[in-house]
Design a protein around this ligand. Structure first.
Ligand SMILES: [Zn+2]
Length: 441
């Protein structure tokens, strides 16, 4: 089936950064066939195609959320203003209440929330990831299910090596799936032993899937590596041989110039989570320095217990605000660069840049239509500026993943949000976890 979306501002994010205004895009089944200016939209192109009038909206590539924890929707808003909620609060509650069904229902809800905001690709990192992969597949989103591993064990496996074997089975299971894949995602640099990190890295790199972990995020992580090894976390990862082209490090707030040079040399990539980092008062990652070195960087929301919302439009705005403020330069981080981090560069960091991230013939039809009829979207002089500084998730009109329409008229097509919410809420009510809801200690 052929579909034409016409009368839109097409923001391609191709190499030449072409914009067609007004323009059209043609896709057939799951693949983009053509994009160009409206004046080149001939009868021949239109023949036999269903037509969507984009009403001068902005058609952009589906956004990429490079780092999140989809199973954590039940924890959103808990302990938001606590000093340390991870160890005193989240991990104990996870051990008490998290199970396969909760991960499945939470991941379905999170996928729905992301699709409604224009995210079409996501790298998830959590427990019971077979359930997360199943949920993402059913919801139609493109995703990588990262099975988290920790030395001390977690709600799914008490032994990290069992979690690694489970992760490898999952990688094999989804190896030839068109949208879903899997990886092993160690929790962090200081929560996994070097043996565990090396075992996970060797499996991930042999399947060429991301080896992703929290890196250079926490003050205590920095102190630990300084005290134990006189190294930074990045130097430590390199010293044990797990810093390579498949390494995708989340956060990277506390990075020295030498760390960044190491990342560049090894081809490692970064998931920048500006909203989560600044909300937790941890600092602003040196992204200007990363981009100067051509280190692949994309944007992540972090989990709903950290960054609260899972949309990338919010992260784009925060990215502009904080980096301009940090550099005291109003012209720093122009909107075009930020849109590239949210799309093609995010796809590159995820290893999917040949598949998605730009609107070009041959790529997957992962598309987002942002309407420009709402009060906040008029006028549009520069579509990059409109996307970064004006747009919010309520402007997302339609979303396609691999050519399948998953959001239409601002509503989910395959399922409805009320249903997803009710199912998850019933499950939350049925757990011990309910007792702790709303309490911060
Ligand atoms: Zn995280």
């Amino acid at each position: 089936m052929r579909t034409v979306i016409k009368n839109v501002i097409v923001v391609t994010m191709n190499e030449a950064r072409e914009i067609f205004s007004p323009g059209y895009l043609l896709f057939e089944h799951d693949t983009i066939i053509a994009a160009g200016p409206m004046k080149e939209l001939t009868e021949e192109i239109l023949a036999g195609a269903s037509q969507i009038d984009g009403k001068q909206g902005i058609l952009m590539p589906g956004m990429v959320n490079l780092h999140t924890h989809m199973g954590m929707i039940p924890f959103r808003g808990l302990g938001d203003d606590c000093k340390d909620r991870l160890r005193v609060f989240l991990i104990p509650m996870e051990n008490k209440a998290m199970d396969e069904e909760m991960v499945y229902l939470s991941t379905r809800y999170a996928a729905g929330e992301m699709l409604l905001s224009g995210v079409t690709s996501v790298l998830d990192m959590y427990y019971y990831e077979e359930e997360a992969a199943r949920a993402m597949d059913e919801m139609g989103i493109r995703g990588i299910a990262g099975q988290t591993v920790m030395d001390e064990g977690a709600c799914d496996f008490s032994d990290p090596y069992e979690a690694i074997s489970y992760g490898e089975r999952l990688i094999k299971k989804y190896h030839s799936h068109p949208r879903i894949s899997a990886c092993i995602a160690p929790h962090g640099t200081s929560t996994c032993s070097s043996e565990v990190l090396k075992a996970a890295y060797s499996i991930d790199s042999s399947y060429e899937v991301p080896f992703t972990l929290h890196t250079a995020e926490m003050d205590y992580e920095m102190d630990f590596f300084e005290k134990e090894y006189s190294m930074t976390p990045a130097e430590y990862l390199d010293s044990i041989g797990v810093l390579g082209k498949d390494t995708l490090a989340a956060h990277c707030i506390h990075m020295t110039g030498k760390d960044l040079d190491l990342f560049k040399e090894r081809g490692a990539r970064v998931a920048h989570c500006i909203g989560s980092n600044t909300k937790a008062a941890k600092g602003v990652a040196p992204v200007t320095e990363m981009l100067k070195r051509n280190i692949p960087v994309g944007l992540g929301t972090d989990g709903p217990a950290s960054g609260n919302t899972l949309d990338i439009l919010t992260q784009m705005k925060l990215c502009a605000d904080f980096h301009k403020n940090e550099t005291k330069d109003r012209s720093a981080f122009p909107a075009e660069i930020i849109v590239s981090l949210a799309t093609i560069e995010g796809a590159r960091a995820m290893g999917l840049h040949l598949v998605t991230g730009s609107l070009e013939p041959g790529k997957q039809a992962d598309l987002v239509l942002i309407e420009t009829q709402s009060a906040n979207m008029f006028p549009v002089y520069d579509p990059y500026s409109a996307l970064v500084y004006s747009a919010n998730p309520s402007n997302v009109e339609a979303v396609f993943v691999a050519g399948e329409c998953l959001v239409k008229d601002k509503k989910l097509v395959k399922t409805d949000l009320d249903g997803l919410r009710n199912q998850l809420f019933q499950k939350m009510k049925g757990t011990d976890f309910q007792k702790h809801m709303g309490k911060t200690e």
